[in-house]
Each structure stands twice: as C-alpha cells, then as structure tokens.
Design a protein. Structure first.
Length: 388
C-alpha cells in the first residue's frame, strides 16, 4: 500500500533545496517556489550556507523554518571550490538517506554541485536531481581559465541531472553554448511576481533623480554609472542618485565617487526591501555587465518605475528591445546620454511608458505559472525515472 502511494503521480512531493547564499534573486526564487509548494501540500527543506545571509537572510530563514517540514540545515559553503565542499556533500548525502526526498533541487552552481555529484556516480537512483542555474558560473568571462574549468565541471554534472529547470531563455542558451545540449528533460520557468508587486511606485517627495538598487560588485557596472554621473556633472547637469545595497565593491565605488568630486550627488542606503527602495529615486538605472533574469528589473518594471537598463543576459526577456532606454553595456557615454534624455522628459511621459512595460509583464511573470511549470517538470522526471 505504501509503495503504491509512493508511486502515485499526484501524491505530495518531498523537495529538498540545496543552494549557497540566502541572499539576492536566487533566494527570492527559492522562497517563492517554497511558499507555492507548501500551499499545494508539498513538503520542503533547505541546505544552505551558514556564513552568508546577514541579518536579513537569517531573519527570513527563521520566519520560514516553522513551515519547512524537511528542516533548515546550514553548513559553511564557499563561492569557489573549497575543501569544505566535502562536508556539505556529506551532509546532503546523510539528509537524502534520512529524509528520503523525492526531489533534490540544486539552485545555482554550488547548490547544483551538491545536488548532482552523487547522481554522476549512481545515475537513475535516489531522488530526482534537478538543477536551476542562476548565471553564476555561466557568466564567468568566456575563455578565461575559471570559465573553462567550471564548464568542464558542469559537463560532468550533466550526467547526474534528471531535470534542468532554467529560469530564462538566456541561461538555457548560455548552457547550450558553453556546456552541452542535454537530452535530459528541460523546462523554462520564468521568475514570477505576485499581484501586489504591480502596484505603482510613488516616489518620496525628496526622491533623487536616479536610483541604483542591488549588489555592489564589478559585474553590476556601477563604475560605469559613476563615470556617467561625473560626465553629466562636467556638462553642468548635476543629477542626484541614491545607492541602495551592499557588496564587495562598495569601498571601491565610494573611492571613485570621491576622486571625481561628486560625493554630494550621492546618497547611500544599506540593504532595503525593494518596495521601500524604489521610492527613493525617480528613475531606476541598471548598468550591469552581466545578468541572468534579475528580479530587481522585474520588480521595478512591475511597479511602473521608469527604467534605464543594459541589454545583457535575460533582461531583453523582460524589457523589449524597442524600449529606448535598453542600452549597450560598459559604455559611460551611452549611459550618460540616456540619463540626460530621461532627466529632460516630463514625469507623466516617463510614467506612461513605464505603465506599458508593466502591463506586458503581468501575464508571463507570475509565481503561480513558475511554480506549476516546475512541479510539472518534477512529475515528468519522476515518471521517466519509473519508466527507466
């Protein structure tokens, strides 16, 4: 009787997520999927890093923990390959034996390693091993030493993968280009939004002209943004900017701003919820060099915040290429021109354009669609495993 229940195609699933840092868009994706799974009667657990997350990540995990039937299990994880990976791999192995999940879902490169390595050695056994890349290792500079090494690792781990759940067409194409076109079951489950996130943003009375929200690191192109603000200032257009977030490049960015003598044009806020952060500026700037399918762009567009963003990664899957402020990356002159043009337009004109972009998102980017797509992928992989 128990065996028949275990084989029932519609029975509740036991899903164990492995991922590194409980921060950023990856964690938002995992949280949204978790809540949708639990609402549908499935059981969920986490294996994640004990060293990152900060106060906000720790608080979110604590809030989620009572609803996670398979628990929260934290162990040190490093971004790059590290001897401590063996400790995490042993923990995942023990939890698989103890909790007997149906699905072991690796999110991001490090989470994907922990979820799939055992599957390379013992394919078609144990839980279904699912992988969702979030751009990390795939976005290393193509042709660099580390990129070549990581792509070789990805190719090895493909053998231990039962289901690929890509979060954008861009990441799937990137995987096909640099790793392989896998014959394993593959789905694309676009990151989703909730209905309340489509409420229009109303800027604060003292909002700055522009706004940056996100991590402070090289891939985000903040140095290009600083240079664009500096060039506008030299032309006599002294636009103000609020910087929201944190990251390893913060001190470098502050130094660049001081060297150009434009400290008075910048305000600084630490990590802040997006809905609150969006009210601090009138026009959002996303100057990234690399992205996959960034939540911050989804959230800004949904909230009808006027947007200047670079044409990288999966951003054109959110913002159509007809958008006049979808610009090429890594070019301070182009960014400065877009900022100059946008700053010179009336707010009603900008907001009307932002409303059209928001309406385009409403049907395609929902948490329910994302969750149902992934659950269908889980069940397909389970069916194919039984057939095998």
């Amino acid at each position: 009787m128990i065996a028949q229940e275990r084989l029932s195609p519609e029975r509740p699933l036991r899903v164990l997520f492995t991922f590194r840092a409980p921060v950023g868009g990856l964690f938002r994706h995992v949280q949204d999927l978790t809540k949708a799974l639990i609402a549908r009667g499935h059981q969920v657990g986490y294996v994640c890093d004990s060293m990152t997350g900060g106060e906000r990540g720790n608080r979110l995990l604590k809030e989620l923990e009572p609803s996670l039937a398979l628990g929260v299990h934290r162990v040190p994880m490093h971004r790059r390959p590290h001897p401590s990976d063996w400790r995490a791999l042993r923990l995942v192995s023990c939890l698989v034996n103890e909790l007997k999940p149906d699905i072991l879902h690796g999110q991001g490169a490090k989470g994907g390693l922990y979820a799939r390595l055992a599957g390379v050695l013992t394919p078609n056994s144990g839980p279904i091993r699912c992988y969702t890349p979030h751009g990390g290792s795939l976005n290393f500079y193509p042709g660099s030493f580390f990129h070549k090494v990581f792509m070789k690792i990805e190719l090895l781990l493909e053998r231990g993968t039962d289901l690929f759940a890509f979060e954008s067409r861009f990441v799937e194409d990137r995987f096909h280009e640099f790793v392989t076109v896998s014959k394993r079951p593959t789905i694309i489950a676009l990151n989703g939004l909730y209905e309340h996130e489509f409420t229009p943003v109303v800027p604060q009375p003292d909002a700055t002209d522009f706004l940056y929200v996100g991590e402070f690191r090289e891939a985000k192109g903040i140095d290009v943004f600083v240079e664009a603000v500096s060039r506008l200032a030299r032309e006599g257009l002294r636009v103000t900017t609020t910087m929201v977030g944190s990251g390893p490049s913060e001190e470098h960015i502050r130094t660049l701003i001081s060297q150009r003598g434009i400290d008075d044009l910048f305000r600084w806020r630490g990590v802040t919820p997006a809905a609150e952060a969006f009210r601090l500026g009138r026009i959002m700037v996303v100057p990234s060099r690399f992205e996959s399918l960034p939540y911050i762009v989804l959230e800004a567009v949904a909230g009808r915040l006027p947007l200047i963003t670079t044409d990288v990664g999966g951003i054109p899957e959110i913002v159509p290429r007809t958008h006049q402020y979808l610009i090429k990356p890594n070019d301070a002159n182009v960014l400065a021109a877009a900022m100059r043009h946008a700053a010179g337009r009336g707010s009603e004109d900008l907001c009307a354009e932002a409303a059209l972009l928001s309406d385009l998102l409403r049907e395609r980017f929902t948490v329910d669609v994302m969750a149902e797509t992934i659950i269908a992928g889980y069940r397909r992989a389970l069916t194919e495993r039984r057939a095998a």
